[in-house]
Design a protein around this ligand. Structure first.
Ligand code: HEC
Length: 178
């Protein structure tokens, strides 16, 4: 029996040590801050920094446990996905998550910031009044619905490049040059 317990322990510790060798999750260089929103007030920014910036900006704070696998893997994925959806440090470049309505919905319906994050970061928890203030501020800086640039641009590009779309009949004559 003792042998089995010893073996399990060795496997467990060994596995843990091996996990630490996986390179994923240890690249904690924050990319540069390119462009921030035009904040409506310093308070809105402060609330966003407190509750959202660890995952939605290039100013992520990386405490010691973010270096310990397997926690580091989970956190890396959160940050990568979070930045992809919405990044306050590259504002105006991705568009998607920057809609005012979506931003405030994320707080009330989208479960942002995520519960497991709040367990580790109690200071990121917002009071009802702070939620309201942040939602209002984010609505102010966010765009409105229908911000898809492509739809409105009336460039019906006249100079269609491809000749062979059936329009130019006279080109066909070249075919019968036997
Ligand atoms: C612990 C990391 C983390 C924190 C903190 C966090 N988010 Fe997120 N957020 C994510 C991840 C991961 C996604 C993408 C996957 C998903 O939707 O759950 C996301 C998605 C979003 C989206 C895209 C739409 C949606 O709901 O899926 C918005 C908007 C958003 N977050 C807003 C916020 C706001 C506002 C805050 C601060 C109040 C915040 N988030 C805090 C990790 C985080």
């Amino acid at each position: 029996m003792k042998k089995i317990i010893g073996l399990v322990l060795v496997l467990f510790v060994g596995g843990f040590v091996l996990m630490q060798l996986v390179p994923y999750g240890r690249n904690h260089n924050n990319p540069p801050v390119v462009s921030e929103p035009n904040w409506d007030s310093p308070e809105t920014r402060a609330l966003a920094v407190r509750a959202c910036y660890d995952c939605h900006s290039n100013e992520t704070k990386w405490p010691w446990y973010t270096n310990v696998a397997p926690v580091s893997w989970l956190i890396q994925r959160e940050v990568d996905e979070g930045r992809e959806e919405l990044n306050f440090s590259t504002w105006g470049q991705s568009g998607e998550g920057e809609e005012g309505e979506e931003l405030s919905e994320a707080i009330y319906e989208g479960g942002m910031p995520p519960a497991q994050y709040l367990l580790l970061h109690p200071t990121a928890r917002l009071t009802d009044a702070e939620k309201q203030a942040l939602a209002r501020g984010l609505t102010a800086i966010g765009g409105t619905e229908g911000g898809e640039n492509g739809e409105r641009e009336g460039n019906e590009s006249e100079g269609r490049d491809d000749d062979d779309d059936g329009h130019e009949e006279n080109e066909r004559e070249e075919e019968d040059d036997d």
